[in-house]
Design a protein. Structure first.
Length: 89
């Protein structure tokens, strides 16, 4: 398992648009990888749009991304960039 914690730098938080891109990328590029996102006590399936939106991640909050199976290092690198980017509205 590969795990890393990220601080959200997007002033509007991790909203619908980046969440959709994250989920689509996770499902399309890493079908054999389990993707888990953790915020506080919430632990969710990072390949589910509904679950991602329930996290309600805001600016400067931290999330932990866990990936296992498949290409863990590549999945961590690619998916982690979604948390470290500022997304256009």
């Amino acid at each position: 398992m590969n795990e890393k914690t990220y601080t959200i730098i997007n002033p509007t938080g991790f909203h619908t648009r980046p969440a959709r891109l994250f989920v689509d990328t996770a499902n399309e590029q890493f079908p054999d990888t389990t993707v888990t996102v953790i915020k506080g006590e919430k632990v969710i399936n990072g390949k589910s749009m509904l679950h991602m939106l329930t996290l309600g991640v805001k600016y400067q909050e931290q999330v932990t991304l866990q990936v296992s199976g498949g290409n863990e290092e590549e999945a961590q690198r690619v998916l982690g960039t979604f948390f470290e980017a500022i997304h256009n509205e």
